[in-house]
Design a protein around this ligand. Structure first.
Ligand code: NDP
Length: 288
């Protein structure tokens, strides 16, 4: 009962199981496709024959699944076996799903922590690995000695929506900025400049981004709702993104990404923020 049960053995569940085993923690596993347990079983994991056996083995039950629906698919017929368990769901999904799951677990007599792993499977258990957690503080404190084997823990608060909220916000930055990076590379390649030739400029610019975020007071202005446009007004920015959209069209590459940003900028100007700074686009983004 002092070990860990891991349900879900994709690359992430396997990496977590290996990390627990390396640290001498008794680890019981269950996966819909049993064959995915072969590697971790060869490292010393115990393969539970049924979900009920997996739940009976340990108080701490970690879920590493595609989404929260998979958790219900697996556990709904075993809610009687959840009493007294600590479910830690490290699967990706929306903050609202985490809140619902916390209430569902409570009805079944289980404690619930939500989490968001911020690294790839190969980084699990290594320096630099970190995971957001949220849920009851005393439950987190009780389990932290095991959870920190995955990587550094960052407890964000008692509301179970908080860990997925931080996780989603950081992935939001990753997905949108990666799309911008690839669009820029497509633009360069349309001018016969290779991605590798452009890469140093790309990396230099990315290194400058933190300074830009601070210099333009993006977070602070969003909080205050006042936007100083003396050095970067939206009229100028809207013209700039319009130029990129036209340049993309002329280059024969996809224009949907700059056109989307242009639409957001134009709407911001139409709201009366033409002379305000770039952070004022939050006035458009914060609405449905
Ligand atoms: P995979 O998609 O490879 O694994 C998903 C797991 O979910 C498998 O064990 C799969 O079982 C199980 N599963 C999915 N649907 C169901 C279902 N309906 N019923 C039962 N089991 C189901 O994902 P990863 O291991 O890569 O990731 C796990 C979680 O970690 C995800 O939420 C992901 O977003 C998150 N994450 C992943 C990262 C990564 O780099 N991989 C990085 C950060 C977070 P089966 O084997 O039978 O298909």
């Amino acid at each position: 009962m002092n070990g860990v049960t891991v349900i879900g053995l994709g690359p992430m569940g396997q990496a977590m199981t290996s990390a627990f085993l390396r640290n001498g923690i008794s680890t019981t596993v269950w996966n819909r496709t049993a064959g995915r347990a072969d590697k971790v079983v060869s490292e010393g994991a115990i393969l539970a024959p049924t979900v009920a056996d997996a739940l009976a083995a340990n108080k701490l039950v970690i879920l590493s699944l595609t989404d929260y629906k998979a958790m219900y698919d697996i556990l709904s017929n075993f809610t009687h076996a959840l009493k007294g368990r600590v479910l830690v769901n490290l699967s990706s999904d929306t903050p609202e799903k985490a809140r619902e799951a916390s209430k569902w677990a409570e009805v079944a007599g289980a404690e619930f922590l939500s989490g968001g792993i911020m690294v790839t499977p190969s980084m699990i258990g290594q320096p630099g690995s970190f995971t957001f957690f949220s849920g009851p503080k005393e439950v987190f404190d009780e389990q932290e000695h095991l959870l920190k084997i995955i990587g550094a823990t960052d407890y964000r608060g008692s509301d179970p929506m908080l860990a997925p909220l931080y996780y989603q916000a950081l992935l939001d930055i990753m997905f949108t900025s990666m799309a911008g990076i690839m669009h820029a590379i497509a633009l360069m390649r349309s001018g016969n400049v290779s991605g590798k030739t452009f890469e140093p400029y790309l990396l230099n610019f990315l290194a400058f981004m933190p300074e830009l975020v601070r210099d333009l007071s993006m977070a602070e202005e969003a909080d205050k709702g006042t936007y100083y446009g003396e050095l970067n007004n939206m009229n100028m920015m809207a013209a700039g993104i319009d130029h990129i959209t036209h340049a993309s069209h002329d280059a024969g590459i996809n224009t949907s990404l700059p056109a989307l940003i242009r639409d957001i900028y134009n709407k911001t100007v139409a709201l009366g923020h033409g002379k305000d700074g770039l952070a004022s686009i939050i006035e458009v983004l914060k609405k449905p």
